[in-house]
Design a protein around this ligand. Structure first.
Ligand SMILES: Cc1cc2nc3c(=O)[nH]c(=O)nc-3n(C[C@H](O)[C@H](O)[C@H](O)COP(=O)(O)OP(=O)(O)OC[C@H]3O[C@@H](n4cnc5c(N)ncnc54)[C@H](O)[C@@H]3O)c2cc1C
Length: 421
């Protein structure tokens, strides 16, 4: 049977796949990039609200592992120090792409995310990468070849013919947004070669709550405010200071997306709606001699709390009888209850919006079985995993793309150090 031969073959022409292909090709090695989608880089295109938050400056000068969710977060350290945020920024600048820092170190294109896709395509073209889009992989087989130099190790049967390669890189990403091409291919291929999979779940995703509309919360849809959100207890407690967004069907906004990556079903969330004020103490200590009504006092003490939310809160049965009462006359027990309810609003999510609306996947190929310096499988020579297909999930804010770039660079350098072009 005829087949095309390449030094390296990459399945998945997303962020990590294109980065790796460009690097391998530019080192003079023959490389093919296969994607089942006809349009490449779709996740880049829709990322960052169309402006692609392509990296985060917080990843310069530290080990970075605190920004990643994984059973082994320290796995990221080598790759992120080998190829840091500045390295990607240098590439962006070399291509004349204008960018800005939005907040918390997040870098976005001034124009559109398409500029990042075009940059990666140009980089691939410089490396004479062989593109195969709209190409479905039907089978991956390890060839029984002697371990001699340059022998092909894999055969990949596709709808566009059969390929053979010495190095096979799986860059098929996670399960988020199946509508634009996400599949479980990477996990299935990993399992085929004996890898274990940390169960994949939606991450960076809006959360839902039972009886949300019955309790009237749907009426708050559209309200956004800065909060502190937490989940877990003791050393497992994680919290974020970010914006919360009320939605028709639950909660979203950066605060909820971030915490969703840590939330475990059955666990509750605590939302501090007034994070800069100990409201219970302020309400009790400030009431003496006050003739203003409780609702006015609350507005003064919580200037960032939108009126619509505050009115909703005071309309709850436990507080409604006191809303128009003179502040000084409201019993301390009620003020404590009110303050605590806003400083520590406790909610039990019933689930999430799922992969359809997620920005990432938590879980994936278990990194215990992958070499952190090369991204090569410890179970199958010549097989590599890069990007989100692995059990590495970054925080919101450019961390996922930086992982895609950095893991791709490590794999590219590893394969380029093996054999002649
Ligand atoms: C709405 C949204 C916004 C986001 N915004 C940001 C952001 O601003 N900053 C950030 O850092 N991260 C963001 N992310 C996350 C980021 O897009 C991903 O983490 C990143 O794209 C992962 O790169 P990857 O190369 O591993 O996978 P992907 O970029 O997802 O690429 C995987 C590729 O594999 C292909 N593929 C899948 N299955 C197969 C198969 N069976 N055969 C062949 N090809 C296959 C897909 O078509 C795709 O081209 C966002 C994600 C979403 C969904």
């Amino acid at each position: 049977m005829t087949h095309s031969s390449f030094h390296s073959l990459i399945i998945g022409a997303g962020a990590a796949g294109m980065m790796a292909a460009a690097r391998i090709g530019q080192r003079g090695f023959s490389v093919a990039l296969i994607d089942h989608a006809s349009k490449i880089g779709e996740k880049i295109r829709i990322s960052g609200g169309g402006r692609c938050n392509f990296t985060n400056l917080n990843l310069n000068g530290n080990d970075g592992s605190s920004y990643y969710v994984s059973q082994q977060p320290r796995f990221v350290r080598h790759a992120l120090s080998r190829f840091c945020a500045h390295d990607f920024v240098r590439m962006v600048e070399a291509h004349g792409i204008a960018y800005h820092e939005k907040h918390k170190g997040q870098l976005f294109c001034n124009g559109s995310a398409q500029e990042i896709i075009s940059m990666l395509q140009r980089e691939c073209d410089q490396g004479s990468v062989s593109w195969h889009t709209g190409c479905t992989v039907q089978a991956v087989t390890a060839l029984c070849t002697p371990p001699e130099h340059n022998a092909e190790r894999f055969e990949i049967r596709t709808t566009q013919g059969t390929f053979r390669c010495r190095h096979l890189i799986v860059a098929t990403g996670g399960l988020a947004v199946p509508a634009i091409g996400a599949t479980a291919f990477g996990y299935e291929t990993a399992k085929q070669f004996g890898h274990s999979i940390v169960p994949p779940e939606a991450a960076l995703v809006p959360l839902r709550f039972a009886h949300w509309a019955d309790n009237g919360f749907d009426a708050l849809s559209g309200i956004a405010l800065p909060v502190r959100i937490s989940t877990g207890t003791g050393r497992q407690c994680v919290s974020f200071d970010e914006d919360l967004l009320f939605r028709h069907k639950g909660l979203s906004g950066p605060a909820v997306l971030q915490i969703s990556s840590y939330w475990q079903p059955g666990n509750s969330l605590t939302v501090n709606l007034v994070p800069d004020t100990d409201l219970s103490a302020a309400l009790c200590s400030g009431k003496s001699g006050q003739k203003i009504q409780l609702n006015t006092a609350l507005k003064q003490l919580c200037p960032a709390l939108p009126d619509r939310l505050l009115d909703f809160w005071l309309a709850q049965p436990e507080f409604s009888a006191h809303a128009a009462q003179k502040w000084a006359d409201v019993p301390n027990a009620l003020l404590h209850q009110l303050g605590n309810s806003l400083n520590a609003w406790t909610l039990l999510p019933s689930g999430s919006d799922g992969h359809k609306k997620a920005e990432a996947t938590r879980g994936g190929v278990n990194v215990k079985e992958i070499n952190p310096k090369t991204m090569e499988s410890r179970l199958q020579n010549g097989l590599y995993f890069i990007g989100e297909v692995m059990d590495i999930t970054g925080w919101l804010g450019g961390y996922n793309f930086q992982w895609a770039w950095a893991s791709a660079v490590c794999a590219a350098e590893a394969v380029a150090s093996d054999g002649a072009a």
